[in-house]
Write a protein that binds this ligand. Structure first.
Ligand SMILES: O=C[C@H](O)COP(=O)(O)O
Length: 356
């Protein structure tokens, strides 16, 4: 099962529904615009819209709306086949609107870590490409392949999923053998980078410090990337009641070097839950997320706190995602092991449990 099978399938799923014909899509776009102006006036209408408008969004002629591809970046094979990934993401952002039940757009990341090869990526992407569209829904989805496969995966992956890198260098280009700069990631057409993951903080071969994570975060933001900033406590820290202290310390290091947090999403990942099968209870996750938001309010601003999306990471899977997603301060997931399986789509769909 290879490239052409995958791309043909996606083409059928997306391109045909978005671009086939001219008149019908144009009318669809006009209807949606009318729908938007009416439905954004109330909470109930917004919630109904988030669920019901997806088919209409599929019919919007994005190119006809003047939303083009990123200039200066060579198109991948998939981008040529599926006219605009960035257009799809812009539409996803444009359609969703905050409501009392979901004040922040849900975000689900799949961190593939150091796993996979071309055959397994082909198979995984094929499974992900058959799932429900994120366009027009209440979820933003980003997957992070191993760096070497970033462009390959993006070339196959559905255009409504973003692609992230798992790390970047602390600064710009130069004599830094083996490193990849944020500038290169941005220049290659990617928008996201994961920084501060506990594996990079704690593996003896790496041992990134709070200060290094902060430097990377500041530079990545300056280069125009969005950052999934991972924080979280070890088992020892939790057992000795230092969870909030550890999270505050890791956040404070970033606050020393970053003033604009609008392109940061925080991933709270208790180290004891990562890859262990021991997931935080919904109560533990909510309590810690609320403390993180409190820290943001007290140390940055109430506005940053209110707008910040805080993902949960650590043994999240299809079975526990809904109960975690229902917590008011859980705004999504950063998924490791389960992101390598089709069940990742079920986790992405857990946003619906927030608006039920
Ligand atoms: O980045 C993802 C986290 O490390 C969670 O990994 P996990 O879902 O395998 O526990």
């Amino acid at each position: 099962m290879g490239y052409y099978t995958v791309t043909t399938q996606v083409q059928e799923n997306y391109v045909q529904s978005w671009y086939k014909g001219k008149l019908a899509p144009f009318v669809g776009g006009c209807l949606l615009a009318t729908c938007l102006s009416l439905s954004f006036s109330g909470e109930t209408a917004q919630q109904n819209y988030a669920v019901s408008a997806k088919p209409a969004v599929h019919a919007i002629p994005l190119t006809a709306m003047g939303v083009g591809t990123r200039s200066g970046v060579p198109q991948t094979a998939a981008q040529k086949r599926f006219p605009s990934r960035s257009s799809a993401l812009q539409m996803a952002a444009a359609v969703w609107a905050p409501s009392a039940k979901m004040p922040r757009k849900f975000i689900v990341g799949g961190n593939w870590k150091c796993n996979g090869d071309r055959p397994s990526i082909n198979a995984l992407v094929q499974a992900l490409n058959t799932g429900e569209s994120a366009i027009g829904s209440g979820v933003e989805v980003v997957v992070a392949p191993p760096m070497l496969y970033g462009d390959y995966a993006r070339g196959l992956l559905r255009p409504d999923f973003g692609v992230a890198f798992q790390n970047c260098w602390t600064g710009g280009n130069g004599a830094f053998t083996g490193e990849v700069s944020a500038n290169m990631i941005k220049d290659a057409g990617f928008d996201w980078v994961i920084l501060g993951h506990s594996e990079r903080r704690s593996l003896p071969e790496i041992m990134e410090t709070d200060a290094t994570v902060a430097t990377k975060t500041a530079y990545a933001l300056k280069a125009g990337l969005k950052v999934i900033l991972c924080i979280g406590e070890t088992l020892d820290a939790r057992q000795s009641g230092k969870t909030d202290e550890v999270n505050a310390r890791q956040l404070a290091a970033v606050a020393e070097k970053v003033s604009d947090w609008s392109n940061i999403v925080i991933a709270y990942e208790p180290v004891w839950a990562i890859g262990t099968g021991v997931v935080a209870t919904p109560e533990q996750a909510q309590e810690t997320h609320a403390q993180i938001r409190k820290w943001l309010a007290e140390n940055l601003s109430p506005q940053v706190a209110q707008q910040m999306r805080i993902m949960y990471g650590g043994s999240a899977n299809a079975a526990n995602a809904d109960s975690l997603a229902k917590q008011p301060d859980v705004d999504g997931f950063l998924v490791g092991g389960a992101s390598l399986k089709p069940e990742f789509l079920k986790i992405a769909e857990s946003w619906k449990s927030k608006v039920e």
